[in-house]
Design a protein around this ligand. Structure first.
Ligand SMILES: [Zn+2]
Ligand SMILES: [Zn+2]
Length: 183
């Protein structure tokens, strides 16, 4: 039996592992070979936003992004967040904490960031390592959002509007000008 994913990537709402893709609604474990992303945003200790999305839907969403936005994201994650250097955390075995101890963009400790987001790739109920799990502070998330073209920002806004219903204005709580993290 697979161990549960660490509570880091449990749903705060249910206290249990995520079950369905936010986009297509399919069970995240219907295809044990398909990974999925869990993203959670925090203000201090409080989780203000969370979702899980299957790899197919994530790829579909990304493919709608403009070429320049895709390139900007790739170059950010390669150069600033140094995704290729993260293998060093494998030295810590199965421990998740070293991967998300500090912001991958600027090195600010998670414990000292006013807002931050966590991203994890899971398969079944196991966490898939390298380059995720990852932490980005609110400031770096804003930097990333600013790299996106207006068209891409609109696509992301539409996605959020379609899939999340909260009280009016609740998105103002997000670390990034009304948008949740894009991980
Ligand atoms: Zn899906
Ligand atoms: Zn940062």
């Amino acid at each position: 039996m697979d161990p549960d994913p660490h509570p880091y990537f449990h749903s705060e709402e249910t206290g249990a592992p995520f079950r369905d893709c936010i986009s297509c609604g399919l069970s995240l474990t219907h295809d044990p070979g398909q990974p999925y992303l869990v993203a959670k945003s925090y203000r201090g200790q409080e989780c203000i936003f969370e979702y899980a999305i299957c790899e197919d839907c994530r790829a579909n969403l990304a493919s709608e992004f403009s070429n320049e936005s895709q390139e900007a994201l790739t170059s950010y994650f390669m150069q600033k967040a140094k995704l290729l250097d993260r293998s060093r955390f494998l030295d810590f075995g199965e421990s998740i904490e070293p991967w998300i101890r500090e912001c991958a963009g600027c090195g600010t400790l998670r414990s000292e960031a006013a807002t931050y987001s966590l991203g994890g790739i899971l398969q079944g109920t196991s966490v898939v390592f390298d380059p995720y799990p990852i932490c980005l502070c609110g400031k770096c998330e804003e930097e990333i959002q600013a790299l996106l073209s207006l068209k891409t920002q609109g696509i992301w806004d539409d996605f959020v509007e379609t899939h999340f219903d909260g009280p009016p204005g609740y998105t103002e709580d997000f670390p990034t000008r009304g948008r949740p993290a894009l991980l």
